[in-house]
Write a protein of this length. Structure first.
Lengths: 87, 215
C-alpha cells in the first residue's frame, strides 16, 4: 500500500506530464495558426484536396483545444485529490 | 521579379512542412497525456475517491483528442502535398508509400497487437537474444574457418544496412529518425556479435596452432 507521500508524488508526476503535454499543444496550435496563414494562398481554390486540407486543419485545432481543456481539468482535479489526502 | 507560381508553391511547401511538424508535436502531446493518465491511475489504485478517477478519465480523453489532432494534421499535410503535385507535378514528396515501405508517423504510434510498431521495431533491434539471429552467421563462419588454412581467420562482415531512397523520400521526419535509430542499434549489436565471434575464432585458431606445434 502506497503512503500518502508516495501517492502525492505520483500525482505530481502526472500533473507534470499533463503540463508538458499542454505546453506542446499550445505550440501545436501556434503551428496550426501559422499553417492557416500560409494556406490563405489557396483561399479561392475550389480544389477538393485544398478544401479537405482546410477542413482537417480546422478539425485538428478543435481537437487540440479540446485536449488542452481536458488536460487542464485533469491536472486541477488531480491536484484537488492530492490536497484532500490526510497527512 | 519573382514568379507568382513559385511564390505560391513556396508557401504551400512550407505549409506541408509546418503541418508535418505540428502532427509530430501533437503525437508527442498524446504521449504526455498518456503519461498523466498512467500516473493518475496509479495514484488512484485502491482509492474510491472520484476525483482521481475523473482526472485519469480526462487525461485519457485528452490523449485521444491529441492523437486525433495529430492524425488530422498528417492527413491535411498529405492533402496539400497532393494538391501541390497537381499544380506542379513532382514538386512535393509523394505521400503514397508503397505497401511494405516505411510506416507513417500515425502507423508508428497506432496501437496494434504487440504494441506500437515503433516499439516492436526497436524491440526487434534491442532484444537481449538478438544474437540468436546471427547463429547462421556463426555457422557459416565456422565452415569457412574449417576450410581456411590454420592461422587464417575468416570472419564474414556484418550485412551493411541500407535504406531505400525512394521510400525515405516520402517518409515523415519521425520515420527517418526511427529508421536511423534502428539501423544504428542493429549495427551496434551486429558489430558486437561479430567482434565476439572474431575473438572466439582467434582463440580457436591459437589453440589449433598450439596443438599442431605441440604435436
Amino acid at each position: 500500500m502506497a503512503t500518502i507521500a508516495e501517492v502525492r508524488a505520483t500525482v505530481a508526476r502526472g500533473v507534470e506530464s499533463a503540463d508538458q503535454a499542454r505546453e506542446t499543444l499550445i505550440a501545436v496550435r501556434d503551428q496550426i495558426r501559422h499553417a492557416q496563414q500560409l494556406a490563405t494562398v489557396t483561399h479561392d481554390s475550389a480544389n477538393e484536396r485544398v478544401r479537405l486540407g482546410h477542413s482537417l486543419v480546422g478539425q485538428a485545432d478543435t481537437d487540440a483545444l479540446r485536449a488542452l481543456d481536458l488536460l487542464r481539468s485533469a491536472a486541477e482535479t488531480a491536484g484537488e485529490y492530492s490536497r484532500s489526502l490526510d497527512g | 521579379m519573382a514568379d507568382p507560381l513559385s511564390d505560391v508553391l513556396k508557401h504551400l511547401l512550407e505549409l506541408v512542412d509546418v503541418l508535418d511538424r505540428a502532427a509530430v508535436a501533437a503525437f508527442g502531446a498524446q504521449t504526455g497525456a498518456e503519461g498523466a493518465r498512467t500516473a493518475f491511475t496509479e495514484a488512484g489504485r485502491g482509492s474510491a475517491n472520484p476525483l482521481i478517477t475523473q482526472a485519469a478519465t480526462d487525461a485519457r480523453t485528452a490523449s485521444d483528442a491529441a492523437r486525433d489532432a495529430g492524425q488530422a494534421l498528417g492527413r491535411a499535410a498529405r492533402a496539400y502535398a497532393a494538391y501541390i503535385n497537381t499544380i506542379a507535378p513532382g514538386t512535393a514528396p509523394t505521400r503514397q508509400a508503397t505497401p511494405g515501405s516505411m510506416p507513417t508517423g500515425e502507423q508508428l504510434l497506432k496501437p496494434a497487437s504487440g504494441g506500437p510498431l515503433s516499439k516492436r521495431i526497436l524491440a526487434r533491434a534491442m532484444i537481449p537474444n538478438f544474437d540468436d539471429g546471427l547463429e547462421g552467421l556463426q555457422t557459416g563462419a565456422n565452415r569457412l574457418q574449417d576450410a581456411a588454412p590454420p592461422g587464417d581467420v575468416v570472419v564474414p562482415r556484418p550485412p551493411t544496412p541500407t535504406v531505400n531512397a525512394a521510400n525515405t523520400e516520402g517518409a515523415h521526419l519521425g520515420d527517418a529518425l526511427l529508421a536511423a535509430l534502428t539501423i544504428a542499434i542493429v549495427g551496434i549489436r551486429a558489430s558486437e556479435s561479430v567482434r565476439r565471434l572474431r575473438e572466439r575464432l582467434r582463440a580457436r585458431s591459437r589453440k589449433n596452432k598450439r596443438g599442431s606445434d605441440d604435436g
